[in-house]
Design a protein around this ligand. Sequence first.
Ligand SMILES: C[S@@+](CC[C@H](N)C(=O)[O-])C[C@H]1O[C@@H](n2cnc3c(N)ncnc32)[C@H](O)[C@@H]1O
Length: 248
Amino acid sequence: MKAPKTKKLTPSQYAALAYLSQHPSGDFHDLQRAGSGGGATTSKLVSLGLVDQTEDREMKSWSITEEGAKAFASGRYSLANAEGDAPACSVSSGKRGDRVFTPEWCARDMVEHFKPTGRILEPFRGGGVFTDLMPTAEWCELDEGKDFFDWVAPVDWIISNPPYSKTRQCFMHARSLANDVVFLVPLRNIFSGHGFVVELHEAGGLKEIRFYGTGSRLGFPMGNAIGAIHWRKGYAGETRFSFYPQNS
Ligand SMILES: C[S@@+](CC[C@H](N)C(=O)[O-])C[C@H]1O[C@@H](n2cnc3c(N)ncnc32)[C@H](O)[C@@H]1O
């Protein structure tokens, strides 16, 4: 008889299922503490029929279904990113700004200029241009089953080029984790919305904006001005402007 096929779960889905298999139910905080991301993670488990969701006075909680308990106990679901496994969750965004990879010269300048230290996170690793330059940095990459929105541990610095369709959500999550956040972005994405500009000045402020030239200088599919913004927790001073010398 053929052994049933093992299905892969991302680390955060697996953590949620493992937690609920040990506890009668859990809310968002329980699941986060257990290493799961909460919302998106659990809705995926609900859609697979492994987890039930209940809502009581606006408090959501989750519990494992009989099917989920059986499947988990029998090992039918396993963790995705054991060595050699294909990524469980490969999201290929059609948005053209979500997969632009930073040229080495630009990533190098950002690392040398901003000098991140302590515990560093590259939340959107892509091809690894930043992590190659900062070998001790920790990282996430959705294509490898590591969703940044599942990351909850505090860090000193976050430095990256985020998926542009989600820049604001990425910044808000980064701000909740790090003392210093450096994101390479088309600058109009940052300054065209009033709400985002306000958020950039809450709980800290913009210490610097470093210009790298137009998108075409970086090989990006947009022609707008591209710059690295540096937000620092508790910063209330003025914003400094600097220019990458070779492109100014
Ligand atoms: C704009 S690319 C930049 C990659 C790399 N940081 C660089 O500078 O070359 C953004 C990357 O983030 C990844 N990504 C998108 N959403 C993510 C998420 N929620 N968590 C982790 N990675 C994500 C995409 O797969 C893509 O590789």
